[in-house]
Design a protein around this ligand. Structure first.
Ligand code: EPU
Length: 338
């Protein structure tokens, strides 16, 4: 592999779920771990942008650094009684992986069905939905450490997982190229059905003793009814994080808005940002090419032809209004390439 041939120009519009028309001058699809040292050397200490499924990215312009798309595939399974250990390539599609597990009766990630993106980006923002976070089933993360220039296996506790957070997006951002993730699932794991929408859906279907396939089906149904499919309408899922407020601030806000959805969190209460955005009057708001989804206000959408800058400006206007109405600053969940 000659270094000069490594990187090629690439149209990224089909490689980011907002469907934004951006181009990389230097692009490389990395599909084998053996390529890593050559690619890293070819960068000659330049920064690069590591792209997974492109489902959590807002490009406001063409990326100037080389783009490396993580495409390492492969699933290895080791069954140990009821426990199932899986080693999964970072480039595997996340939803396909959840289906693979549901089909084989491996429980633990069925609540995370239909989340866009790849397996390798799941730990980065500790994806979570319907009462489950991926950190609960991750055992390790394999990555190329660009500082030490060697492969590392990070144990779960080294990953610094928090709500929509990990070291990979905070203290150690851009340091590790995740190549694979280790999971521990179970053939006898209890299903998580406490989340209201899941309970309601299973009840409506008349399912009394749900198994993991029932939960996966319910989650898929709920997501399809609320969240736009990125292949039909450009979006990156929740654009903002749900803010965690101290008990005192929550109480003060509850005096004013007693029916506001909020949930206990480790350091206070997590408030529903979608509810706040809706209360501030933004749900369904449309600016010609882009807007706020009409069934889930946390999601910003590209109706076609929007620029990332326009979507970013819309998000800033929403932030200002929510701040004015509730005194709460919403943090963006999506990675913005400014
Ligand atoms: N709500 C509104 N208006 C809205 C949206 C929500 O009033 O426009 C209210 C709902 O009625 C409900 C509460 O807010 O009472 C929570 O809504 P929902 O169950 O839709 O969940 P969420 O907190 O808005 C989070 C995740 C989603 C995940 C769902 C389900 C974050 C930032 N988002 O949304 O994740 O699917 O819970 O677990 O934590 C994603 O990250 O891309 C994503 C979709």
């Amino acid at each position: 592999m000659a270094e000069a041939d490594l990187f090629q120009p690439m149209d990224l519009s089909a490689l980011n779920s907002f469907g934004l028309a951006v181009n990389a001058e230097h692009y490389f699809a990395l599909d084998r771990p053996e390529q890593i040292s050559t690619v890293h050397a070819a960068l000659k200490r330049q920064k690069c942008l590591l792209l997974g499924g492109g489902s959590n990215f807002l490009f406001t312009r063409d990326p100037e650094e080389p783009v490396i798309a993580m495409r390492i595939k492969g699933i290895t399974v080791c069954e140990d009684g009821e426990d199932v250990h899986l080693h999964v390539g970072a480039g595997e599609n996340w939803h396909n992986f959840t289906q693979y597990c549901v089909d084989r009766g491996y429980g633990g990630i069925e609540n995370l069905s239909l989340i866009p993106g790849q397996v390798g980006t799941a730990p980065v923002q500790n994806i979570g939905a319907y009462g489950v976070e991926v950190r609960e089933v991750i055992t390790y993360v394999d990555a190329f450490d660009t500082q030490q220039k060697e492969m590392r296996r990070l144990k779960k506790k080294e990953c610094g997982f928090g709500y929509r957070d990990s070291i990979f997006k905070s203290s150690q951002k851009d340091r590790f190229w995740i190549t694979a993730v280790g999971f521990q699932l179970s053939k006898s794991a209890p299903v998580h059905t406490a989340y209201g929408a899941i309970r309601d859906q299973l009840q409506a279907e008349g399912v009394r003793e749900p198994g993991i396939a029932d939960v996966a089906r319910a989650v898929i149904h709920i997501r399809k009814s609320k969240l736009p499919d990125p292949s039909e309408l450009g979006n990156a899922g929740s654009f903002f994080k749900n803010p965690v407020l101290s008990t005192e601030r929550s109480q003060a806000l509850l005096n004013k808005y007693p029916n506001a959805p909020h949930y206990p969190a480790s350091d206070g209460f997590k408030w529903a940002a979608g509810w706040m955005i809706e209360q501030a009057g933004w749900k369904g708001h449309r600016r010609d090419t882009h807007g706020v989804h009409d069934r889930q206000a946390l999601v910003l959408v590209n109706y076609g032809g929007a620029t990332g800058k326009e979507i970013f400006d819309l998000s800033s206007d929403i932030q200002k209004d929510v701040e004015k109405k509730f005194g709460v600053t919403l943090e963006r969940e999506v990675n913005v390439y400014l």
